[in-house]
Design a protein around this ligand. Structure first.
Ligand code: S3P
Length: 451
């Protein structure tokens, strides 16, 4: 359990409610917020970040970088989130942390910062909560060890672990064995302080925020796309990063809960402003449209080098679909809430190719199958996906008896909150505290819309 959490679990019954009407904003993108703090910490001089997500995961990244010498301060806030000022140490300038780095619940902080430490002559221990301590780190240990870092992990390649970095590290050409933006980014971050060219070959494209932002900070990075879609990313090391002014767009993964809630609850008509629509992130909205969802993009524009729009969502009857597994990396965090939409659609929704969901903050296939079944949905769990027969728009019965076990997984808690809204008797979850890792104002926003 992260130090930021209080000791007692916080159960809550999410009652039926709505319609959801009006205009809201969701907080800054989590992936982009982590990267903004990290890259700014490696630039010499002052970067300014607005719209930063002030969730526990991003704060874990900020605390770790402070412990390694960066100066990171909150200077204020505007309607889209925190305004922060970062004075970086320069590529190669990270200092030896004096204590173990506490990553809380955050896989992104852990894997990306391991990459950073790997090519510095410092030693760092990484610790985390019970959920993070079960997650596989072998996928970053392998390439970072090839670059010369010495890593001692707990059995099964998990946290706690200790990493002894090396400078100069050895540049590698690494073909990703799993479609993972975290592994890609860990290798690129290690490559920043490594002489020569570090290459990552990505057969299946994953979120490309690191590539976009590294270029924005002035790194020499190229992306070549082959005929079959394979991406070859090359980064010249010993880079000099120039401080930037960054505006973080709203997080599509957070918007997803309100998009699905508005689609499901009759009478809803909601605008979610400033939602990031990077194509490597936005496939959920395509799938929901294919199911019959009315989701309109208004005022498409660019914010912080990323495409954004306001999303206008209206209640829509949904039909089940077969989700193309090729879309999975571009909606990997949105499956829990898609399963909720499927549980209220008419007909069958089939998902496959989702083995990665078993190693997220929880085993999201097993946990969502159990949670939706407890709420009265018809769900079959397969090795690599769920098959869901929807109610055809009828509310789910809701939970009786034991609350839904969320297993320290924010997205399970928020997905089942949405299921509660679209239920007859409400859905009780065992613990809402993990929501603060990615979306601290979720309940406030939800309550404001549904009261
Ligand atoms: C993330 C990448 C994804 C995603 C996670 C954030 C990132 O993980 O699930 O929430 O910021 O790079 P994987 O790289 O494990 O797919």
């Amino acid at each position: 359990m992260s130090a930021a959490h209080s000791d007692a679990m916080k159960p809550r019954r999410f009652l039926p409610g709505g319609p959801l009407r009006g205009r809201i904003r969701v907080p800054g993108d989590k992936s982009i917020s982590h990267r903004a703090i990290m890259f700014a910490s490696l630039a010499i001089g002052e970067s300014r970040i607005s719209g930063l997500l002030e969730g526990e995961d991003v704060m874990a990244t900020a605390a770790a970088l402070r412990a390694m010498g960066a100066n990171i301060e909150r200077t204020g806030a505007n309607e889209s989130g925190g305004e922060w000022c970062v004075h970086g140490v320069g590529v190669g300038g990270l200092l030896q942390p004096r204590q173990a780095l506490d990553m809380g619940n955050s896989g992104t902080s852990t894997r990306l910062l391991m990459g950073l430490v790997a090519s510095h002559a410092i030693t760092a221990s990484f610790i985390g909560d019970a959920s993070l301590s079960k997650r596989p780190m072998g996928r970053v240990i392998d390439p970072l060890a090839q670059m010369g870092a010495d890593i001692t992990a707990s059995p099964g390649g998990t946290l706690p672990l200790m990493i002894r970095g090396i400078s100069p590290a050895v540049p590698i050409e690494y073909r990703l064995p799993v479609a993972s933006a975290q592994v890609k980014s860990a290798v690129l971050l290690a490559g920043l302080n490594t002489p020569g060219i570090t290459t990552v070959i990505e057969p299946i494209p994953t979120r490309d925020h690191s590539e976009r932002m590294l270029k924005g900070f002035g790194a020499d990075l190229t992306v070549e796309v082959e005929a079959d879609g394979t991406r070859i990313i090359r980064l010249r090391g010993e880079a000099e990063l120039t401080p930037q002014v960054i505006e973080v767009p709203g997080d599509p993964s957070s918007a997803a809960f309100f998009v699905v809630a508005a689609l499901l609850v009759p009478g809803s008509d909601l605008v979610i402003r400033n939602v990031g629509l990077n194509p490597t992130r936005a496939a959920l909205f395509e799938v929901l449209r294919a199911m019959g969802g009315h989701i309109e993009e208004v005022d498409r524009r660019e914010v912080g080098g990323e495409p954004v729009a306001d999303l206008h969502v209206r209640h829509s009857p949904l039909s089940g679909v077969e989700v193309d597994p090729a879309l999975s990396p571009s909606m990997i965090d949105e499956f829990p809430v898609l399963f909720v939409a499927a549980a209220l659609a008419s007909g069958r929704t089939v998902t496959s190719g989702l083995e990665e969901l078993r190693v997220k903050e929880s085993d999201r296939l097993a946990v969502m199958a159990a949670a939706l079944t407890a709420a009265g949905a018809r769900v079959e769990e397969r090795e690599d996906g769920l098959v869901i027969d929807g109610t055809g728009g009828e509310p789910l019965p809701g939970t009786h008896g034991a609350p839904i076990a969320t297993h320290l997984d924010h997205r399970i808690a928020m997905s089942m909150a949405v299921a509660g809204l679209a239920s007859r008797n409400g859905v009780e979850v065992d613990d809402t505290r993990p929501i603060a890792t990615s979306f601290p104002v979720f309940e406030e926003l939800l309550d404001g819309l549904t009261k």
